[in-house]
Design a protein. Structure first.
Length: 364
């Protein structure tokens, strides 16, 4: 199952910084809130919101003023009683904000304008994608209607990705673009991401944890890219036996390393395709090694049985801290790596029909 970008919009509130001069004013409006209520300027620290400043609502308006650092921080303006919040870049200048509980609007400075333009386009197309996805889940649709809805959904998803990429590309020298890059980098192949990373100004990259992590991730992907040798690791089988990935690679003409988890909906939806490929090509030298990102051993074992998985499995039961996943730069699942008998990586992230097509090509 494909992971569409509208499924991954959570966490877009916190952006880090943007180059600019000191001195900002936020002139905000908020509807249906009584005079005397407080609106807060906040920062997201260690998983919690921390109040930095407050403003009193008067006549449906509020105001914040402060000094903008050379690298101006991004913060969040919120009114918790009605669930209203909005990210804002604290850039020098006058910033206008319309705070509501749907899609707040922020404008007036470079980064805020860039982010607002992006978010309006992104949310509009994702609204269409949600509607199309709901259609695909409608049991009353004919198979032809379902396929048509799925095709339209794929078109919209591709368009959504291009909106993201184009926004990043045109804003890569400011932090609005850099933060979108670190947020959505996993949605694009590394060969499209690396040129953007190379354009990030040193002043923004310095002390930017997101950029540092992205560079490290790209280096990991380069080590396990197509054409490289597979990286070995050791984990346990469901029965508790210690095994190495290399124990299986040399036994097959081609081996698919399948990163998955019992709790992963897209993984479970994709598994019938993997099962079908195994049934069709295992006699011709195709093998699979499942690497689970589970934490619960019993849930892992139950999923193996429920999903008709009959090939070897291994896990360290560390969920997203899985050592094997880290070695291969896996940040989203399902994820796959196809390796030949000599240990050469020949494909990555094959799913659905692509798995069968590749095996048909290799195992004629």
């Amino acid at each position: 199952m494909k992971t569409f970008l509208w499924m991954a919009t959570a966490g877009m509130l916190a952006f880090a910084s943007c180059q600019n001069k000191p001195g900002y004013t936020i002139n905000g409006t908020i509807a249906d809130v009584a005079d005397g209520e407080m609106v807060y300027l906040q920062n997201f620290v260690d998983g919690q919101m921390v109040n930095l400043d407050s403003a009193v609502v008067k006549g449906g308006a509020f105001q914040f003023k402060g000094d903008a650092d050379t690298i101006a921080a991004s913060r969040i303006v919120s009114y918790a009683p009605k669930g209203m919040s909005s990210p804002v870049f604290l850039e020098a200048g006058t910033i206008t904000m319309e705070l509501n509980n749907e899609l707040s609007k922020v404008s007036g400075t470079v980064c805020n304008d860039a982010y607002q333009k992006f978010i309006e386009e992104f949310y509009a197309i994702n609204k269409e994608m949600r509607a199309l996805y709901e259609q695909t889940q409608n049991d009353s649709l004919s198979e032809e209607q379902r396929k048509e809805a799925e095709e339209q959904l794929n078109v919209k998803d591709s368009l959504s990705r291009e909106i993201i990429y184009n926004t990043i590309s045109s804003n890569i020298t400011n932090v609005a673009g850099v933060q979108l890059l670190t947020r959505f980098s996993s949605s694009f192949p590394s060969e499209r991401i690396q040129p953007l990373v190379d354009q990030i100004p040193a002043s923004i990259a310095a002390n930017n944890e997101g950029v540092a992590q992205l560079k490290e991730h790209l280096a990991t992907l380069a080590k396990t890219a197509v054409g490289q040798k597979f990286v070995d690791f050791t984990m346990n089988t469901p029965e508790g036996e210690s095994v190495k990935l290399s124990d299986f690679i040399g036994k097959n003409k081609y081996t698919l390393i399948d990163f998955w988890a019992s709790w992963c909906g897209p993984c479970r939806a994709e598994m019938p395709n993997v099962v079908a490929a195994y049934k069709k090509y295992s006699a011709k030298g195709f093998g699979i090694v499942g690497v689970s990102l589970d934490r619960d051993a019993e849930a892992w074992k139950k999923a193996i049985k429920d999903l008709n998985i009959t090939w070897p499995q291994m896990s360290d039961l560390k969920a997203w801290e899985c050592e094997g996943a880290k070695l291969y730069g896996v940040r989203a699942i399902p994820a796959t790596v196809l390796v030949d008998q000599e240990g050469n990586i020949i494909a990555r992230d094959l799913r659905g029909e692509d798995i069968a097509a590749k095996l048909a090509e290799l195992l004629k």
